[in-house]
Structures are given as C-alpha cells and as structure tokens.
Design a protein around this ligand. Sequence first.
Ligand code: HQG
Length: 179
Amino acid sequence: MDERRTVKVSKYLSKHLRHQPERIGLVLDAHGWTGIDELLAAAAAHHFPISRAELDHVVATNDKKRFAVDGDRIRASQGHTVGVDLDLPPAEPPAYLYHGTVADRLPSIRAEGLRPMARHDVHLSPDRETATRVGARRGRPVVLGVDAGAMHRAGHEFRVSANGVWLTSAVPAAFIRFP
Ligand code: HQG
C-alpha cells in the first residue's frame, strides 16, 4: 500500500469516524465504536472501497495511532466533533503539558484560555515536539506550556486517549505559560 493511498484512507476514516458518519449511513455507538464490516460495507456503497488488509495496515501504521480496533469494532481514539463519550477514566497528568497554536490566536487565548472549539476537549501534547507539529498545521507554530499538575490539584479533570493525547474540557489562562 503506497503512502498516498494510506493517507487517503486515513483521512477518509477520520472524516467518518470523527465527524460525519451519517454521510455514508454509518452509526457510531455511544462510545464512538462501529463494526468494521459495517464500515467497509458503507465505504464500498459510497464509492470508496477499502479492503480489510488496507484498513488493518492503516490502523497499524498510522503516524498518530488515530484508530483503535477492539475485536470486530473500530473507533477514532480522539478528535471527534460528533457527540460520543470516549468513556476514558480520569488520569493524573504530568506536571506540564503543551499546546501548539499560532500567533493570531494568542489575544483570544490570553483573554479566555484554551477552549475546545469544535472538538469535545482541548488537546494537549506530552512534549514540545508534538505540540510544534500540531501548531504547524495552521502556520508558524507557537507552543504554550500548560501547568497541568496545578490544574489537576485545582480539581480539573484530565483524560488520556489511547494514542497519548491529553484531553481536558478547558484551560483557564492562569495555567498557561505564554512564550
Ligand atoms: C485554538 C490534530 C482562539 C487552538 C492535531 C487551535 C491535534 C483558540 C484551534 C488535534 C482558543 C482548535 C487537535 C481560544 C483554542 N481562542 N483560538 N480561546 N482556544 N484555540 O484542530 O489542538 O491530525 O480543534 O489553539 O494534531 O489544533 O486530527 O485543535 O489552533 O492532535 O489526528 O483553536 O487534531 O490531530 O483547533 O488539534 P483544533 P488542535 P489529527
């Protein structure tokens, strides 16, 4: 499977497992899971046939481990805009986490902190390198530090997705370290 096809299949899976399952008549359960057979049938019926071997390859090699397989089910590990409850247990975060963004967002982030925008949660990275890549999707990256340990002690809940993204509902500006 070549890299272009792998990326194309990954984007197709993200689109339908995170954002628009109804576009191909797919139903996700309350926790975001759907049957692998149903997914492959729905994709084929909507002119994007994916073989089981291709799906397995994308799940196994995905650069960010975006998809989780459990028996005959699959879901996106994070990043949803549709209403699913990932049912992740609260977890104790490391002392510091990082958020990658761009300069033109800073005035608003200084004023109101980090908000989840279209997603369910604010996404935080365990290291600067990852946060830099996240920010770079939007332009010249700016990395913010988050005092996650202090937030946790103040009662904010954190969860960690299967692929190592830290999730929390909002980050008040007082816990953000601006560069
Ligand atoms: C910004 C990708 C103004 C925030 C990535 C970001 C990640 C604010 C944007 C994952 C704000 C939201 C998530 C505020 C936050 N005012 N702007 N108060 N609060 N923002 O895409 O973190 O490839 O929803 O800085 O790699 O960029 O999809 O979040 O720029 O892991 O698997 O609002 O998505 O992963 O953008 O990215 P997003 P994100 P995937």
